[in-house]
Write a protein that binds this ligand. Sequence first.
Ligand code: DC
Length: 227
Amino acid sequence: MQNSLIVAIDGPSGVGKSTLSKMLAERLGYINIDTGAMYRTVALALDRQAVSPDDVAQVSALLDTLDITFIRSGHGEKVLLNGDDVSEQIRTPEVSRLTPIVAAIPRVREAMVDRQRRMGKNGGVVLEGRDIGTVVFPQAEVKLFMVASAEERGRRRFLELQQKGVTVDLQETVREVEARDRADSERSHSPLVKADDAVEIDTTGLSIEQVLERMLDVVRSRNTNRV
Ligand code: DC
């Protein structure tokens, strides 16, 4: 059995994908690739260069000059845009609003999918996003599709913001989660859909450790080497 698998993790925002993908990659000794961070970085670059997402020629030109790299830093990882650490800047509300628009541009998706395939082709990777098991690596040995109710995801986001001292309305946060789900699921290019052969994991009401155990169970079932 192969030891260096490709693990594809998809699902809507707020489902715990980022945290769990990192934990899973660490347990397996694999590289973790946060593909949402790549789309966020493109959005930041467009914003910085004042390029309109509608200007296909300029978007293409900018994509050709973009260098996006991930580097390890302690237990976390940093995202570099042309050598500059943008890990914090790609998480601002402005970039979060711009990213779904940028991620819907076919030229952007083609360029990112191409990079993701090159980064993951040798296996030993966990890729996390929306279209990994369907578009990027339909041949991935392990495909997980994570879900949780919009209420639960809104509540998690609400608590996260509260911890950071940001005051928001719970119902409003749930509505935002639902709106983002619609934008991701209804776009014409690579919408969020579960691959037929993906294993669905509903994280509603489960602890992080419980979800990680379920994920590891699926990986173990595809790999006779002990993990
Ligand atoms: O996972 P995230 O919140 O960082 O993703 C940011 C945006 O990028 C979100 O609108 C979904 C989009 N995205 C995508 O279209 N395809 C991916 N593979 C990953 C993220």
